[in-house]
Design a protein around this ligand. Sequence first.
Ligand code: A3P
Ligand code: MG
Ligand code: MG
Length: 366
Amino acid sequence: MSIFDVQPVNRFAGSSAAIRRPKEIAHFSYDDDHVFRLDDSSLRYYYPPSMGADLSKGYESFKKLDDTADDHLDSLLKTILESEKETGSKCEADFITWRGMMTKIMATPFDNFNGFEMNATFFQGTIFIEENHEYKLAQWQMQKSQPPRRGGPSQDLMSFWGYKFETISLLPDTWDATSREYIESREDEIVNNHAQYCSVVRTGIGKSRLVIGGEVDAVWDKKPENKDEPINWVELKTSEEIYSDRDMQKFERKLLKFWIQSFLLGVPKIIVGFRNRNGILQRLEELETRDIPINVKKRGMRSWDGNLCINFTASFLEWLKQTIQSDGVWRIRRKEKSPVIEVFKLEDSGYGSILSPEFVQWRNQF
Ligand code: A3P
Ligand code: MG
Ligand code: MG
């Protein structure tokens, strides 16, 4: 077993390691039935919702995605494979993974409570990382078994509020190409979280080159024709209205995840819909992703430090590159509240279910 020390985190303080602006190299969609499509059909456009909207409306008819199946890296690898076919060149990277895995890693220095478990393998110079699905399911079970605050909303209802907020903030096309009727009746749309647009980006943290896939909620205007121009992505979030210093502290902790999630894919703007305790939308706040760490520092509560997260990630990824240098299935694990991350081998050879047979076959003949 190899051990990476998370603590003391202060050794990662200071100005940040080199980072590369994430650039989209490919994308895919899941349609309204969650069927994979190699296109941008589920791309959505942002248009502000009406204040006073009831985010609980339509909860009974929520078309909720069953995400209990383990999808591994399948959609991401399919998209990379197709992009390699199209460009004729191999997608070189030190790491290929979902954005969610990178978010967990990057938040580690300031998340002393949650653990994580991932599987990794090494193939043609790249470390591929997926979530350990059993671990995720077990965590969900635990969350579900916790009773809601007395008289408070259930976890399921709160989760619905997030999707409802998306539904009333998005358009299927640009504003000028969408009918007034649609815009005015968005509050009556059936909430369906099957559809997703996922961006696959190339980025860099320290000396590591990464290819990351993740969902983006919407675009502010539209995707530029020129592929070198940055895309004005928008991330939508809901949060409970801030009434006290304690609420402010809680919100700052949430901002850590908001920031990391958007930073990794190069999403420049986050729209927060503040709601009251009954799920009524009160106001919107537009946050520039870039400014979040600076503003958190300015407020002086010192709950987290963005540069430290970047430096931690740069060091950890360097260490992973030294540690995972052969095929087989590796486990990357941080136990809850643990001061270390452990890496050990579960299977001696092969790629487990991390890599699809199609992807391995394609690469072997490439
Ligand atoms: P909020 O973030 O506004 O609560 P994302 O913000 O990543 O685009 O996710 C959209 C919504 O999915 C979230 O909206 C939340 O409602 C729901 N969601 C995301 N992760 C979740 C989780 N781990 N458990 C429950 N709901 C989740
Ligand atoms: Mg989303
Ligand atoms: Mg969102």
